[in-house]
Design a protein around this ligand. Structure first.
Ligand code: NI
Length: 255
């Protein structure tokens, strides 16, 4: 059984010491495709550099709403030029975050829209980070068509977002929180999302699923997300693994 971890950060310093050994172990454990996600210029460059070492790893480049404090105009140009690398399969993570930052909402929106334009120019999908900003995020997506669509990464477990996101033909990616005991609507949300619009991810090294909360996360744990979805939908984990793998290949144009 093969799994596709559609979102992880092997560019994080928490992997500095054992990155290469760990990534090989992960591959041998059946996680045979991984997207290494950027969130700032530096992490985007690292994401590509690391992905180049493994033929089963790909990268995204983009500037997240939590990394725009000292943003310069040329930084967006740089995102565009990085995105032309063969390893890059999407622009992201990009979006809005009103949990960590409420002072710069207008700038967040501007940077989000600018990067949607880059994605459209280069014919790439987008990877969305949205936190406590659901309605503004949907508003931007409705006003700015994304030609290659995209995915709500670590999708907030909110019925409105999932319903509207699916209407926009976006994918919904589930991470650790669907396994958390205090995630009240996880089951309802999983039931609402058709398997053909679902991706699974770890967001490693963060957000370890139950029963590993608090530990460093890695792509092997994507199996916990598949298991949870299989339980709720009443289907075999093999089906979840296969379908989410196919969906991610389709979205990111990966063979
Ligand atoms: Ni992430």
């Amino acid at each position: 059984m093969d799994f596709f971890d559609s979102h992880a950060h092997y560019n994080d310093e928490k992997f500095e010491k054992d990155r290469d050994t760990l990534i090989k172990t992960i591959y041998n454990d059946g996680i045979t495709k991984i997207i290494n996600a950027g969130y700032s210029l530096k992490s985007s460059i690292n994401a590509i550099e690391i992905a180049k070492n493994y033929n089963f790893m790909y990268a995204t480049v983009g500037i997240s709403p939590n990394d725009i404090e000292d943003l310069k105009k040329e930084d967006l140009k740089k995102v565009e030029s990085l995105a032309k690398d063969k390893k890059v399969v999407a622009i992201g993570e990009i979006g809005l975050d009103y949990h960590w930052n409420t002072e710069n909402k207008e700038l967040q929106k501007k940077v989000f829209v600018s990067q949607i334009k880059i994605a459209n120019k280069l014919d790439l999908p987008i990877v969305i980070h949205t936190r406590e900003a659901i309605y503004d995020t949907l508003d931007i997506l409705k006003k700015n068509a994304c030609n290659k669509k995209g995915v709500f990464h670590c999708c907030p477990l909110n019925v409105d977002l999932v319903r509207e996101g699916l209407k926009l033909d976006f994918y919904i990616s589930f991470a650790g929180p669907i396994t958390f005991k205090n995630s009240k609507n996880a089951d309802e949300i999983i039931k609402r999302v058709p398997l053909e619009k679902m991706l699974i991810e770890t967001d490693s090294p963060y957000l370890s699923p139950e029963p590993l909360r608090g530990q460093r996360n890695d792509s092997r744990n994507v199996k916990y997300m598949a298991k949870k979805i299989a339980e709720i939908k009443g289907i075999d984990i093999e089906v979840v693994a296969r379908e989410t793998y196919y969906n991610a290949q389709k979205l990111f144009s990966i063979k």
